[in-house]
Design a protein around this ligand. Structure first.
Ligand code: NCD
Length: 292
């Protein structure tokens, strides 16, 4: 059995480099049956477009079989505990289980009940989304080469974002200088530079990671409306004004809230590069976790 990936801290920098090496290779020449005969199960208890299909694509491009567990119809909805569901899936002998859940910590807990399969975290609550952080760093590397000393602003609902948690950890480990931008109620208590003023920060950074407002995780309204958030924090053509800042977003984008249409589709946008690189990076992750 290989190694689990439940949070970005599970990987040391040299392991990240190894995964990126594989991903570069896969981008160039595609997969070649590296995981033929292997089985990956996707267990997504929370909605997903990109992450689930990206893992499915990645596994298939490596020649593995993929099972998408239909969670709505699974026995978890008949009262089986998550742990029994996991132990039963594990007993069938898949090589990897990719899990997404709205509770923080589920992938790590499940990993303790498995004997055969490797767990990969596809996003747990507001906690971690390690594969997203890997594809974000990989995308910046391909754009810039070395990322050391580059300045990135993460803008939006950082406190409720698992993407932000994983990105902050990974990017700072590789020498990126991260500034957190948003209204006070969206900013976590972290020892990093913070700003409430987007325009001031845009003068100083090389790139922005924009985030969706995670309204599904708010217990009470945190902003009068998404429109009010957009007035202050939307990145649009006017605010970018000829600056060469790159724009990343993990998706799903709420168009004309965090990013205007013209920025989503504009020349600064790396959003579709992220999606494309995401498949190659997940191929690298599967290969590394299952084969070393
Ligand atoms: C994100 C997620 O689900 O954490 N999307 C993704 O995986 N690409 C971000 C979000 O939902 O806003």
């Amino acid at each position: 059995m290989g190694k689990h990936l439940t949070s970005i801290g599970d990987l040391e920098n040299w392991e990240v480099e190894k995964i990126f090496e594989y991903a570069e290779e896969f981008l160039e020449r595609g997969g070649n049956g590296e995981l033929k005969g292997r089985v990956v199960i996707n267990v997504f208890f929370e909605n997903s477009t990109r992450t689930r299909s990206s893992f499915e694509m990645a596994a298939k491009k490596l020649g593995a079989e993929v099972i998408n567990l239909d969670v709505e119809r699974s026995s978890t909805s008949k009262g089986e505990t998550l742990f029994d569901t996991a132990a039963n899936l594990d007993a069938m002998g898949p090589d990897a289980i990719v899990v997404r859940h709205r509770w923080a910590g589920v992938p790590e807990l499940l990993s303790k009940y498995l004997r055969h399969s490797v767990i990969i975290n596809g996003g747990d609550g507001a906690h971690q989304h390690p594969t997203q952080a890997l594809l974000d760093l990989f995308t910046l590397r391909r754009k810039w080469g070395d990322v050391k000393g580059k300045k990135i602003a993460i803008v939006g609902d950082i406190r409720n974002s698992r993407v932000a948690n994983s990105d902050i950890e990974l990017l700072t480990r590789f020498g990126v200088e991260v500034t957190l931008v948003g209204p006070p109620q969206f900013l976590p208590q972290l020892p990093l530079p913070k700003s409430y003023k987007l325009e001031e920060v845009l003068d100083k950074v090389d790139g922005v990671i924009a985030l969706r407002t995670q309204t599904e995780r708010h217990h009470s309204p945190t902003f009068a409306s998404l429109h009010d958030f957009a007035v202050l924090y939307q990145i649009n053509g006017e605010k970018l004004k000829g600056r060469s800042i790159v724009i990343l977003h993990p998706g799903p984008v709420n168009r004309n809230v965090e990013l205007s249409d013209e920025v989503v589709e504009g020349e600064n946008s790396l959003i579709l590069e992220q999606v494309k690189n995401g498949v190659a990076v997940r191929m690298g992750i599967l290969k590394y976790l299952l084969e070393g």
